[in-house]
Design a protein around this ligand. Structure first.
Ligand code: TRP
Length: 503
């Protein structure tokens, strides 16, 4: 007997309902409408941070640029670019145009770098020095911070150990790499009270919440560790103090892992500024007073918050005269609001104007600090595929490795070659995975044309993986021998690099 029509109806409607549900689920999946159900937090999502003390490193440079608002480096803007510029290894910057302008106009600028005196100096550390050298050759005075306080705080190195490591491992190699002692000043964080005082003063402009969001510091974070970034901000800004060269742009070349410190420092510097210059929406610039505890009187605000017209007018007259000296007659001052609009000004005049306003701020008793400029380099891969680290000797080459040690490391390093010679000849090698090739590119090959030929030879299978390693070993041998010779020349003369206050 056939089933009753009623049962048929139920069966068919269940079938239809199931189909509809299935289709809906499929459509949702296709449009990722319920991503939130199964999504894992994105590695570079909202709370992504760079940890400057971590042994991990992000190498997604494009996203780092986006996430942290770095500017990509424009090679055509760099005069006499060095190999790291030409090969795209220095890939981003903040405000580098200010330094490039100083180079063009032959006006003063400084370079600041720092070293953590723990462990041995390796190839990775030499990249910053190559950059410092380039800035030095283009007129910058060089300041090197020995981060002995940071090493004490974060690596448990005593100040005595730190001093020894700094001189015998790092500074001797900086000399050998070609820094010029005539315009280099090496100092120790622990021996420069001006740096510590500045760190302390800047501490008033930040708080634990900001440190949590930049560095992920938590309740259990050691307080010495909390102080380290403030000391680094002191390092970066102190060359602008009168006794260390005065107001001038300072550039800090770093690996991208140090950018959190630069973000912090830029923020701190601008929070101390008495005058803020912003681009107007409709074009032109807008100067605004920034009233703070220690400047309110001078800027025309009394302790009870009332406007002191007399003081306000004095300060406005000074600003107006600066603006007219810079060349603008068409301005709209609003003393009550503490703002002055300059519709005709462009970003080009912004720097000149800011410079003059910083001078005014200094005359009136403020610090007059400029935010630091910076450049960022990519990291060379570790020889094992991990991050380079002093504590893992097999991941890198130390500046004083013997030729034998170096050769062994290169021979064991990751290769981008194919499994068999036949396959390699047919498919070619992969330079992007080949440590030997990358070490040529980052460190040992001086000639771009030769490097290109090596790349092509590898990719079309003419050069085998073993041959690539041998090329690397040969060039590294020259490089290391040269460095060791130069170290000998400089030994006993390191004092020439040390600042007077480092004894
Ligand atoms: N924090 C840096 C490091 O870990 C060392 C350092 C201290 C530094 N002060 C600096 C680096 C100023 C650049 C600029 O290596």
């Amino acid at each position: 007997t056939s089933p009753a029509p009623k049962q048929w109806m139920i069966a068919i409607s269940i079938l239809i309902m199931n189909t509809v549900i299935d289709l809906t689920v499929l459509i949702c999946l296709h449009h990722r409408w319920f991503d939130w159900v199964y999504s894992k937090p994105d590695a570079m999502g909202e709370d992504y941070r760079i940890d400057p003390w971590s042994s991990q490193q992000s190498t997604d440079y494009q996203r780092l640029i986006q996430k942290f608002g770095l500017e990509p480096l424009d090679l055509s803007s760099i005069p006499n670019p060095n190999a790291l510029h030409r090969r795209g290894i220095i890939f981003a910057h903040r405000d580098l145009d200010i330094i490039l302008n100083s180079i063009k106009n032959k006006t003063n600028f400084g370079v600041l770098t720092g070293l953590m005196p723990s462990g041995k100096m390796h190839l990775g550390h030499s990249m910053v020095i190559e950059q410092v050298k380039w800035f030095q050759e283009h007129g910058g005075d060089v300041n090197v911070a020995v981060a002995d306080l940071e090493a004490l705080a974060t690596r448990s190195k005593s100040l005595t150990e730190g001093r020894k490591t700094a001189i015998e491992e790092y500074i001797i190699n900086y000399a050998a790499l070609g820094l010029n002692p005539n315009s280099t000043n090496v100092y120790f964080q622990s021996k420069r009270p001006q740096v510590q005082r500045l760190a302390f003063t800047l501490g008033r402009k930040t708080n634990l919440s900001e440190f949590e969001s930049i560095y992920g510091f938590q309740g259990e974070t050691n307080l010495a560790h909390v102080q380290a970034p403030l000391i680094q901000a002191g390092d970066i800004l102190h060359p602008q103090l009168e006794e260390f060269g005065g107001l001038r742009p300072i550039v800090v070349p770093v690996g991208v892992d140090q950018d959190p410190h630069l973000r912090l420092t830029r923020g701190l510097a601008s929070k101390t500024n008495w005058f803020n210059i912003k681009n107007r929406k409709k074009g032109g610039l807008n100067v605004a007073l920034s009233i703070q505890d220690d400047n309110s009187e001078a800027l025309g605000i009394s302790s009870n918050g009332a406007l002191i017209s007399e003081n306000r007018n004095i300060i406005f007259d000074k600003i107006k005269s600066i603006i007219s000296q810079v060349g603008f007659a068409d301005i709209f001052p609003n003393p009550k609001h503490g703002t002055i609009e300059i519709p005709g000004a462009t970003s080009r005049e912004k720097f000149v104007l800011r410079n003059e306003l910083l001078k005014l701020e200094r005359n009136l008793g403020g610090m007059g600090l400029m935010p630091p400029c910076s450049t960022y380099h990519r990291f060379a891969v570790g020889m094992t595929g991990d991050k380079m680290s002093s504590s893992k000797p097999e991941t890198t080459i130390f500046m004083d490795d013997s030729i034998d040690e170096m050769s062994k490391k290169v021979k064991r390093a990751h290769s981008g070659g194919q499994a068999t010679v036949e396959e390699h000849r047919r498919l070619g090698g992969d330079c992007s995975k080949d440590v030997a090739f990358q070490y040529l590119e980052f460190f040992f090959a001086t000639d771009d044309k030769e490097l290109e030929e090596i790349r092509k030879g590898y990719e079309n299978g003419k050069i085998l993986a073993g041959e690539m390693k041998q090329i690397c070993i040969d060039k590294a041998t020259i490089w290391l021998n040269d460095l060791s010779e130069k170290r000998d020349e400089w030994s006993g003369r390191i004092d020439e690099f040390l600042a007077n206050d480092s004894y």
